[in-house]
Design a protein around this ligand. Sequence first.
Ligand SMILES: O=C(O)CCC(=O)C(=O)O
Ligand SMILES: [Fe+2]
Length: 285
Amino acid sequence: MLLIALSVAAQTRSMQIFSYKKFKLGESLTTEQINFFNEFGFIHFENFYNENQVNDILQSTEEVQQQWIANNIEQVNGIPIKFGINEKGEKIVQRFAFTNKYSEPVQHFLDDPRLAALKSLIAEHNDSRIATDEKDGVVVNHYVNVPESSYKHLGWHTDSARDIFYGGKINPMLNIGLYLDDSNENNGGLRVLPGTHRQNIFSLLFKKTYFFNTNDDENEVLVRAKKGDLVIHDGRIWHRVAQSPHYGEKSRRRVLYVPLIAGKYEPKNEKSKTPFYLKFQKLVG
Ligand SMILES: O=C(O)CCC(=O)C(=O)O
Ligand SMILES: [Fe+2]
């Protein structure tokens, strides 16, 4: 069983830290990589981008941030932009949407042929595509733990539950995450419940209270990623982002996401309405 690939490396009362196998992403996936993803519902590729490539993305998102703040942009294609205050008291964007429409380096990232290789993770669908015009486009999350921050953590959820709000049918979806900072227990870190992408619909809906539940889980796996790593998770897997035990700069965590989806093509434009789930998520904070 592939389960041996996950071994408990260290354990504290409040948090389990697992080590798991990490891979290198080429222009096609290996059988081992596909099997790992199918078994656990996530996969971690190291060094997808180097330091300079990530810095180009960071610099460009800071430029987009300035533009949006200067022009009072509140939403893009119906997706609200989440603003907050950083450790210096400055207004910042904490959740960008459709960043690919505003940033050259982000668009360049989407064109990387290695991303196309990930389509074999939803191989039975010949209409799989990177959601450049659908959902929320490329999202950039910026978490920082200071009192006036709007984004310090993110409670338990699955990304696929959104599909249930819209007609009930869960379409295939993977979320591709590019790490713009190192991410681990120091700045919160992504926690996943391996294998929960294979759960039944009841468990997908009710295993935990969506977004309100921010508790540790004894089975959670902490994704310890370096700046430039790529981590893919299945839309049906339960996951959360913990709050950093530190404040300010040390708590900063930035990560870029774009979904790989299949099913009906549903592009957004400037007339698109705000989806209900985002109003709900805003309520939770
Ligand atoms: O920031 C992360 O790593 C996860 C974000 C996430 O789960 C989401 O936006 O749905
Ligand atoms: Fe998520």
